[in-house]
Design a protein around this ligand. Sequence first.
Ligand SMILES: Nc1ncnc2c1ncn2[C@@H]1O[C@H](COP(=O)(O)OP(=O)(O)OP(=O)(O)O)[C@@H](O)[C@H]1O
Ligand SMILES: [Mg+2]
Length: 352
Amino acid sequence: MTKLPQIKARPRAAQIFAVIITGIIAVSTVLTFGVIFVMLRLKIPTITAIVTSTTYMGIFTTIIGVGISAYTSTKMLSPILKINDAAKKVARGDFSVRLEEKSIAKEIEELATSFNIMVKELANTETLRSDFVGNVSHEFKTPLSAIEGYATLLQDERLTKEEQALYVSRILENTSRLSKLTHSILSLSQLENQEIVLQQEVYSLDEQIRRVLLGYEPLWEEKELNIDLALESTQIYGSKSLLAQVWSNLIDNAIKFSRKGGTLFVSCWEFDGKIVVRVRDSGVGMSEEVRLHAFDKFYQGERSHSGQGSGLGLALVRRIISLSGGTIELQSKEGKGTEVIVTLKGDLPTPA
Ligand SMILES: Nc1ncnc2c1ncn2[C@@H]1O[C@H](COP(=O)(O)OP(=O)(O)OP(=O)(O)O)[C@@H](O)[C@H]1O
Ligand SMILES: [Mg+2]
């Protein structure tokens, strides 16, 4: 979030105005006495000299005063009218408007700067929102059209039993993709709207990670991965179901982006009041670009695996870790592998 400048009431315009008025009064006084002096030297009677010179000076002062106030009010009013126009455009949804920030009054300058920052922020929010809606509909459309396509093919009565089985299994694959996607979107939106973790308990973290890993056995067996574990007995206080999603997503990624025969290393230990979990693979790794965007919603860097997910896994992981008061770090080298380091609070509640 960009920091808005603080608008302070600084009487710069008022000071300039006071100086101008004092100047006019001083000039008028000097000129009035000057004219009286000249008239007296020309032997014009004193009263006439005073009345004539005061009248001339009055006219002079009025003309100068009106001129200055007309100039100042146009100068001051025009940026305010521009701000008004710009605000109307923003209200109609046009976030491309920007105001000229230079002005004679500091207050108007600061107002214009704040206005520009506000419009920029609003434009970002709008982009995020429309990107999100666009991504969701795109992610739904792909499996839906696949399901429609295979269902149409299945209507052909001349299909062999094998073809039928193949199309049915494709329909089921896409259905489960849709169901995973719906589940991820719902969880993410729910997590984004909550600020605290509910249903926390003390449980064995190493046990939980072992169970999650076991659930992935068919996948790591298929890839013939070497599983290297260093799970120290660790008690944690947190949400069991949310943290299970974290380990699942990280282990799923580590297996998915591993090459056949690679190594998957998972460790957990407590150190200095903190719990550290590491998930490391020797897979394809990430480029700097992918590493920087990996936590973005719907971001998938590795296009060859894009059919196997929706790019919401790490966004969910990051939200859960931040809600749990922890941190997550990605270290990766393209072609060499990736390590994810999660740090969580190690303190347990004191028994009542
Ligand atoms: N262990 C990893 N090795 C290499 N790249 C990874 C790894 N983990 C994540 N990435 C990159 O980060 C991207 C985002 O990961 P994320 O888990 O959010 O999505 P996904 O795995 O593609 O889909 P989903 O998690 O929804 O199934 C991945 O598409 C991939 O490019
Ligand atoms: Mg993933």
